[in-house]
Ligand binder design. Sequence first.
Ligand code: ASP
Ligand code: MG
Length: 450
Amino acid sequence: MSEKVIVSKFGGSSMADLTAMKRSAQISADQKANIVVVSAVYGVTNLLIDASKAACSDTWENTLKVISQIEQKHYSILEEMKADTTVFEDVRSLLSEVRTLTQGMNLLKECSPRAYDSLLSLGERLSSTIFTQVCKEIFSGPEVKFFDIRTVMKTSDDFGKAIPNIALISKLSEKHLNDCKNGSVVYITQGFIGSTEDSMTTVLGRGGSDYSAALIAEGIKADILQIWTDVAGIATTDPRLVPEAKLLDEITYSEAAELATFGAKILHPTTLTPALRANVQVFVGSSYEPEKNGTWIKTKTESSPLIRAMAKRDDQIIMTLSTPKMLHSHGFLFEIFKVFNEHKISIDSITTSEISVALTLDDSNRLNKKLIDQLSSLCDVKIEENLTLVSLIGNEINHTPKLAQRIFQSIDDINVRMICLGASKHNFCFLVAKDQATECIKRLHREFIK
Ligand code: ASP
Ligand code: MG
């Protein structure tokens, strides 16, 4: 039987400098990765965004200050590795694209969605170009090849957050990437970026490299997807909140997906959908300490604790919509959701009473006046901000007596603003004031995990 097919993904901190790149290349070689997917060099996507902002609102001189930071980051890696002239030339030409695009934005004082995606894509195109060279020096077996993922990562034209065309990606992966499976070649490629069918560059949304890697793993029917990051796996909670937090050896897809959606920063929430669909086992480990166990995400785990982990998600809004028209009538929720749908805003949790509905939304949706006006024509709208969603993730949560009692007894002096229970056996979540959320997590961790 041939060896397992592995897709390894390295995030920005694993691409931060030459040392980090060498370490990541070594891990890829040791693991016998078949495809390696990388993020931009640490901080570069943010700098590219800053450059686009400066270009649209500031002088060319000030825009150049941001651009030179981007240039500096890449040139300093090249200088340290004493790269040969071809790599230098490739990097120089990508960096000149950064200048050309921002110069265009600066002249027009405008950044179109297309231009924005093309600009952002340069982060990953640059890092993967350099990383390919680093891998060439470290891999001894297979031939290391650079691959432009835009050839297979076909998406919609929703620039900024393009939607992947799964069927087409699978078909094209099969066509272009299949030869990595026999171990004779390893492809180094970009996360986060894709292209429309007519070859316009797109991006999958911030933090999208995990998702890219999962889509590629699905596309080539890989056995394992490794997500290498700066922490040694998924923990019972964020160790910055609770120092006693423990690393988990294993977690199910459903639990991990809830955890990612409800605030744990370790995996992009969309990552697990393709992995689950294609039955790819997911591993999360630290590229700084690859010898540590890491966490395996699986369909079935050995243990199924009542509460396995917990997380918080800040910047939540509760919107309460009330109208007596709701009494004994139908279609009201439909009317409301139609409005949110029109504005492409996703609603996280819902509770209802006789004549009102309370919804939670992420503050990042930046509620606009038009949305509020539209809703106000249907009902009274009340908005509360600065809330945090606290979630407990585990098993049989909605079938376990006394669980709510244990939860609320441990935080009995804290006001709970809204509770959601029942939709999933893996999740119990509630909203509290932002400044009380960390205290909630501390006490709940002590109660359920120790
Ligand atoms: N570089 C992109 C970002 O910072 C994608 C990623 O790192 O996953 O959002
Ligand atoms: Mg990242």
